[in-house]
Design a protein around this ligand. Structure first.
Ligand code: NAD
Length: 271
């Protein structure tokens, strides 16, 4: 497939570009940042929140799908979060409809449901259709972006898949991440499955590895062909306990669900 990857210069993008190429895909890279060394395919340096700039890319490139990673992966004001996650997604969806590109795979986040309290083992894993329960304005942006994907899937028949990524890292570093880790290789497996699943329509899945301590349901991902191979447990004996662990494991969003992340929605002059 020929795939536009936004946010291609970022930490996930830099793993995904070679990973998708290894799986036989052609990648067109896009980021606000210039083309990093090592990627020799087409590259666009622009802001995805600019619909004219995005439309020009689609007019120039034949594309089969979009992987949308561009966005600020952290807390910000509500307007900044909406621009970073919702407006960018909207610009891509409008261009996809205009140019007949049928599939988008979106880097959503666990923070869309981050305020969900940790479930007891007897309750079973957290389903993907649990109610949206963001932990931050970042999470609100991801919830709204998922809603937009749902709208475009219903209105235009797009395949739109939202991967609620946990903790994408070379290896887990905290007790919470023993549950939420997404390995580099599993991330490539997950995105490839989302790109190639047959007619998924709108779908949500949790983007974590097959972690022994995971408590988010992986069945929706498995139904799409995502078969995680890694398990954070392999690193458990290298992780030192910290005083903040108990608070971090209490909610899906970990540190984002704590008082430390509370801020006003809007920045005011002089603040
Ligand atoms: N890394 C994680 O553990 C994690 C977890 C959950 C969700 N996610 C989501 O995955 C996506 C990628 O995360 P990452 O860790 O690679 O972040 P990153 O900050 O390393 O990379 C994001 C990239 O997007 C680019 N970008 C941001 N806004 C842009 C815009 N408007 N136009 C063009 N380029 C823009 C940045 O320049 C950067 O290169 C984000 O949407 C993030 O919310 C990541």
């Amino acid at each position: 497939m020929r795939i536009l990857v936004t946010g291609a210069a970022g930490s996930i993008g830099q793993v995904l570009l070679p990973g998708l190429a290894d799986r036989g895909h052609e990648v067109v890279g896009l980021d606000r940042l210039p083309q990093p060394e090592g990627h020799d395919g087409p590259w666009y340096t622009l802001d995805v929140a600019d619909p004219d700039a995005v439309a020009a890319v689609f007019a120039e490139q034949r594309l089969d799908a979009v992987v949308h990673l561009a966005g600020h992966p952290g807390e910000a004001s509500l307007p900044d979060s909406l621009t970073s996650h919702v407006v960018t997604t909207a610009a891509l969806l409008d261009a996809m409809v205009e140019h007949g590109v049928g599939r988008i795979v979106y880097a959503s986040s666990n923070h869309a449901v981050g305020r969900t309290p940790r479930r007891a083992a007897t309750e079973g894993p957290l389903p993907v259709d649990t109610r949206p329960r963001p932990d931050t304005f970042y999470g609100v942006g991801k919830v709204a972006a998922e809603a937009l994907l749902s709208l475009y899937a219903d209105r235009h028949g797009l395949d739109a898949l939202a991967c609620r990524i946990g903790s994408f890292l070379p290896q887990p570093e905290t007790v919470r991440q023993l549950a939420t880790w997404l390995s580099h290789d599993d991330c490539v497996r997950m995105i490839d499955a989302c790109l190639t699943a047959t007619a998924p329509g709108f779908a949500v899945l949790y983007g974590i590895s097959g972690n022994t301590r995971g408590w988010w349901d992986l069945e929706a991902g498995r139904a799409l062909g995502y078969d995680p191979q890694d398990d954070a447990e392999e690193f458990a004996d290298r992780i030192d306990p910290r005083p903040e662990d108990a608070e971090e494991v209490a909610h899906a969003g970990g540190p984002y669900a704590t008082a430390a992340m509370v801020r006003p929605a809007l920045d005011r002059a002089g603040s």
